[in-house]
Design a protein around this ligand. Structure first.
Ligand code: ATP
Ligand code: MG
Length: 184
């Protein structure tokens, strides 16, 4: 029988993690990792590329977890305007300029780029720039990228990719709108 390669108990590596797919749970799984990391005294930086939900429970909770968790939402005072792609690009690059140095500094063992797949798909951010940063991040830093339709090159680069598959969703089958504690 073929011998399985032994795992090295000392091996450590900051991972590039991708949560994608059309099922619910991509962002919440990332926030679960934030909780887990912060509980281990690992600082977490979260950047939400989509319009920030002011009322979102996670945001209220993360603000109570400062300074273990820092949270920035791009949508503050702004909504994506698909009629003005130039403005969307500027907004996305402003967000990127905030988070890139956080990734490269090594000060945050966990960085969450929530919905970055969305902005990459819409070409609001340069894919090569993002991938280069992930390739050159400090060895110890874990980065989690969420959003539907993760670009193939990001999937290729990542160490851990999970695709959430929608089996049922209360909105799809029953037209139940977003509910507190579940969606926000
Ligand atoms: P969550 O933040 O709850 O983990 P998500 O990050 O996987 O969700 P997004 O693509 O960010 O999903 O969409 C966010 C919102 O869309 C959530 O309110 C979620 O319930 C809803 N949603 C996710 N998947 C579906 C689906 N297949 N059909 C309808 N609504 C969905
Ligand atoms: Mg999400």
């Amino acid at each position: 029988m073929k011998k399985r390669a032994a795992s090295d108990p000392r091996k450590r590596k900051g991972l590039t993690i991708v949560h994608t797919g059309d099922g619910k749970g991509k962002s919440t799984a990332a926030f679960g990792l934030a909780l887990r990391a912060a509980g281990n005294k690992m600082k977490v930086f979260i950047l939400q590329f989509m319009k920030g939900q002011w009322k979102a429970g996670e945001r209220k909770m993360f603000s109570q977890m400062e300074p273990m968790v820092e949270f920035e939402a791009m949508g503050d005072g702004f909504t994506w305007d698909t009629n003005n792609p130039e403005q969307d690009r500027q907004t996305a690059s402003k967000a990127w300029e905030i988070v890139k140095p956080k990734i490269l500094s090594g000060d945050y063992p966990v960085v969450i780029l929530d919905e970055i797949n969305y902005v990459l798909n819409y070409r609001f951010l340069d894919e090569d720039e993002v991938l280069d940063t992930l390739r050159n991040k400090p060895e110890s830093v874990h980065v989690i990228c969420t959003g539907r339709n993760a670009p193939p090159a990001l999937i290729e680069l990542a160490d851990l990719v999970t695709e959430m598959k929608c089996v049922k969703h209360p909105f799809k089958e029953q037209k139940i709108p977003a509910q507190k504690g579940i969606e926000f």
